[in-house]
Design a protein around this ligand. Structure first.
Ligand code: ADP
Ligand code: MG
Length: 600
């Protein structure tokens, strides 16, 4: 007799659960996806002890009729695709028909559901995959699913759960992503009875971002919008000042589905190049609409990874769009107005908001790109062939841009120098302080980048500069002598540990040659095997810009100040130095009045 047997369905379900149902957060993800696919406008999630004791998800979507409610728990039972060809054109979040049977196999589940228009609803109780009860019941339209005692029959898996707090954190991450992915749906998340998240019905994307990251962050995000023949891109990107130490605040959606995709993240980050310090990552919420046949969503059990066709040239398109959004926006950080001017005086009120979150307001009119047709896109029959662009949406987006977009580098009338380090200037609204070194660095950096042939050419020194190097420096020099020559440095051995710099790049100020050269050697030794020629050249330009720029404590006359401000205004990114520090800060008239208690 053969030894191979087909597994019983409930065993197969437990195995499938190992893939789909990793932890409470993955259950929440599957259930919320179902609620979204069912057309809900309100979804309420509640967890007890991080979801380990109980998870409930309630929605007001289409519900299920009695037969479907039972069938939904059969393996590979789905209403979302009919045949293999449909896999090429997936417009729903679910499609495998695996989630419900897998979840039911490892928990005690109860369900109540009523289809739109039906007089009564259906109740089901399933424990460890066995249906204990099914009955007719009263129920609001929609579906309520409750999962208790997760993994009660798979103790090995249960052992792998973290503390309730950690699990609750994962659940919260998942719900946050849905909330920003679907601003038109009102989400509520409760953990042990406490509300962790609540978003408005028909809110804008900015409202959802505010609910998740706070109003202040939402205010500091810039609108992003672009389209080409194959893709449409929209969302919000953080000003460089919002950067974080990790990628935790980066969210990407493709056709309404949250995805993790390194290539896309890097394409966005590339646009921030030269604006962020190393080790800092931009914040963004980006949505991409693609023809579904260009995206393979069936590559990962949790459907969080997608495969994209290379031919889309998506990374280049993204980098360009984000660069455009960054360049066309004024990125000057407002001065942090001191909360307390003198001890004993009560703190001033926060700065008045331009954009306000819409919570507690009755059904607000759409005001941002979030109302763009994610849903239309998914349901439109022509979706497969075209990327939709509706005039009205462009209009609403344009309206939102008014608050955001850049009127250009501010007009500035210099007043003078402060501590020989900062330049004070009057603008249209209030005062600007400019860091003279950072500003000059930016000017020189762009000059060097734009015309390397002019600045990297080698220039013979009239009087060679002598260098005494350490043993290690000599080694690094020998390894990189050709690269250095390529950059314009001609160096000669002079006996022992002594060397002569005979020629330097034209951009280097003569008396800075030694310092720049030593900085470069230091940079080589720290990044020995990791740098590419291009990165190196850029690094050198940054070092050269830094060393050649005017310094703090350099006295400047008015003509020099004026010329500096004019040149800064002409740069592509006048708002940060090449290391990512701000070149200027702004004290608005309102800030100044507040500091002097003229307004409260
Ligand atoms: P899939 O989502 O891949 O189809 P699931 O196991 O998650 O598979 O769900 C099975 C089916 O049950 C779905 O196709 C849908 O028809 C139905 N269903 C599940 N959850 C809901 C819900 N909240 N509202 C309405 N129908 C639902
Ligand atoms: Mg599903």
């Amino acid at each position: 007799m053969g030894r191979i047997v087909l597994l019983e369905e409930h065993v197969a379900n437990k195995i499938a659960a190992g893939e789909v149902v990793e932890r409470p957060a993955s259950i929440v993800k599957e259930l919320v996806e179902n609620s979204i696919d069912a057309g809900s406008t309100r979804i309420e999630i509640s967890i007890t002890d991080g979801g380990l004791t109980e998870i409930t998800v309630f929605d007001n979507g289409g519900g299920m009729d009695p037969d479907d409610a039972v069938l939904a728990f059969a393996r590979h039972a789905t209403s979302k695709i009919r045949n293999a060809a449909d896999l090429e054109n997936i417009l729903t979040l679910g499609f495998r028909g695996e989630a419900l049977p897998s979840i039911a196999a490892v928990s005690r589940l109860s369900l109540k559901t009523r289809a739109a228009g039906a007089v009564s609803g259906t109740g089901l109780v399933i424990e460890g995959g066995n249906t204990l009860n099914s009955f007719e019941t009263g129920s609001p339209q929609g579906t309520l699913i409750s999962i208790r005692e997760l993994f009660f029959n798979t103790p090995a898996r249960k052992k792998h759960m973290k503390t309730p707090n950690v699990e609750a954190g994962h659940v919260s991450d998942v719900v946050n992503k849905f909330a920003m992915g679907y601003p038109e749906i009102s989400f509520q998340l409760k953990s042990n009875g406490r509300i962790l998240l609540k978003t408005p019905v028909n809110g804008s994307l900015r409202d959802s971002i505010a609910a998740v990251y706070g109003a202040e962050t939402a205010r500091d995000m810039l609108i992003l919008e672009a389209a080409n023949d194959t893709a449409r891109l929209w969302g919000y990107i953080g000003k460089p000042s919002l950067s974080r130490a990790s990628r935790s605040h980066q969210t990407v959606y493709i056709n309404g589905r949250f995805v993790k995709n390194r290539i896309i993240s890097e394409a966005v980050e590339k646009a921030y190049h030269g604006m962020l310090m190393t080790g800092r990552y931009p914040v963004f919420v980006i949505k991409i609409a693609l023809n579904p046949s260009e995206v393979d969503v069936n590559v990962h059990p949790a459907k969080t990874e997608v495969r994209l066709l290379d031919s889309l040239d998506l990374p280049e398109f993204i980098t360009e769009a984000v660069s455009g959004a960054l360049c066309s926006n004024r990125l000057i950080p407002p001065a942090a107005v001191p909360k307390k001017v003198f001890p004993g005086i009560k703190p001033v009120k926060p700065v008045q908001e331009v954009w306000e979150p819409k919570f507690n307001r009755p059904a607000p009119e759409p005001d941002s790109v979030s109302e763009m047709p994610e849903v239309d896109y998914c349901s439109a029959s022509e979706a497969a062939t075209s990327v939709p662009y509706v005039a009205a949406e462009t209009e609403t987006a344009a309206r939102d841009m008014v608050a955001d977009s850049d009127p250009g580098f501010p007009w500035l009338r210099p007043i003078g120098q402060i501590n020989s380090t900062f330049i004070a200037a009057q603008g249209v609204d209030g005062m600007y302080l400019i860091d003279q070194h950072a500003a000059h660095e930016r000017i020189l950096y762009e000059k060097f980048m734009d015309r390397p042939e002019e600045f990297i050419v080698s220039e013979q020194l009239l009087f060679p500069v002598t260098l005494e190097l350490t043993h290690q420096e000599v080694q690094v020099l020998n390894e990189n002598i050709l690269i250095l020559a390529d950059l314009g440095f001609v160096v000669e051995h002079f006996g022992g540990d002594s060397f002569l710099i005979r020629a330097i790049p034209a951009a280097v100020v003569k008396n800075g040659a030694k310092e720049i050269f030593l900085d470069l050697l230091d940079y080589f030794s720290r990044n020995r095997y990791t740098i590419s020629g291009k990165a190196l050249k850029e690094k050198m330009l940054i070092i050269m810009a830094c060393k050649s720029a005017i310094k703090a404590n350099d006295r400047l006359g008015m003509p020099e100040i004026e010329s500096l401000l004019n040149q800064l205004a002409d740069t592509r990114n006048p708002y940060t130095c090449p290391h990512g520090r701000p070149t200027l800060v702004h004290f608005s008239g309102y800030d100044l009045e507040k500091m002097f208690k003229r307004v409260l």
